[in-house]
Design a protein around this ligand. Structure first.
Ligand code: APR
Ligand code: ZN
Length: 238
């Protein structure tokens, strides 16, 4: 298990041109969460739900990692098992920055993947519409019931077990770009000695007095200081 956990949210991808959820003009200002991101929406509102994720998937094709993703990828390459990269984001910007997909814990799913609701196969369709890949059918069983590989509110989120596992052994927790509305980062930080919080501005869901260090600035402007703190921490432990 890693000594450093970097937990990110939509804010780390904002400067790459990917909308956050709750900032002004965020995704949830234009869509109703219950229509396209709540358990059961695929039964009650399938077409709009599939279209919403198809649009976000296509939009991802030309998005590039920003400095925050790149610096974190360099740290992961240098300190391998000592740093765990955990994200609420479903984009592939850490992977585009060079981190192997298996080394990124995506808590809420992954936008380029879809899942067959009949046989459970999860497969990658790149940046295409669901209908434009494998003729819209499961390559294994041929079913047409293909859903986005995204965890909707109220659905099981199996990767959270990995987050809890990593927090158990964590000695430095770095939070970047999350409002704390879904994952209580305050509770996570209470288990860890040293914590760094980087957001654009205070969040009602986060008590920043609980954190060792607070950086209210863009992730790309905070990342050099964060990286230096991580390196000093790991070198001192070595
Ligand atoms: N640099 C750093 N932080 C930023 C930046 C930036 N350039 N831009 C925005 N932020 C911060 C904001 O201050 C805010 O605290 O990112 C956070 C974005 O918060 P949300 O939009 O709530 O996104 P997130 O916390 O990731 O949402 C969690 O909610 O809707 C679900 O499943 C979805 O994974 C998502 C979860
Ligand atoms: Zn199938």
């Amino acid at each position: 298990m890693a000594k450093v956990v970097i937990l990110s949210g939509a804010g780390i991808s904002a400067e790459s041109g990917i909308s956050t959820f709750r900032d002004s003009d965020g995704l949830w200002e234009h869509y109703d969460i219950k229509d396209i991101c709540t358990a059961g929406c695929l039964e009650t509102n399938r077409a709009m739900t599939v279209e919403f994720y198809d649009k976000r998937r296509l939009d991802l094709a030309d998005k590039e990692p920003n400095k925050a993703h790149r610096v974190i990828a360099e740290l992961k390459a240098k300190y391998k098992d000592e740093i765990a990269i955990i994200t609420q984001n479903v984009d592939d910007l850490f992977e585009k920055a060079g981190i192997v997909h298996e080394d990124v814990v995506h808590l809420h799913g992954y936008l380029t993947k879809v899942e067959c609701e009949k046989c459970g196969l999860v497969y990658d369709i790149g940046y295409k519409n669901t209908q434009d890949s494998y003729n819209g059918k499961c390559p294994t069983c041929g079913s047409e019931k293909i859903r986005p590989f995204i965890v909707m509110f109220g659905e099981a989120a199996p990767m959270y077990a990995k987050l809890n596992h990593e927090i158990n052994d964590c000695e430095l927790l770095v939070i970047i770009g999350t409002s704390g509305n879904v994952i209580s980062v305050d509770i996570l930080s209470s288990y860890v000695d040293k914590t760094i919080l980087n957001n654009l501005e205070p969040s009602f869901a986060i008590n920043d007095e609980l954190y060792t260090q607070v950086l209210y600035k863009k992730a790309t402007e905070a990342i050099d200081e964060i990286a230096s703190d991580i390196e000093i921490f790991l070198e001192d432990r070595a």
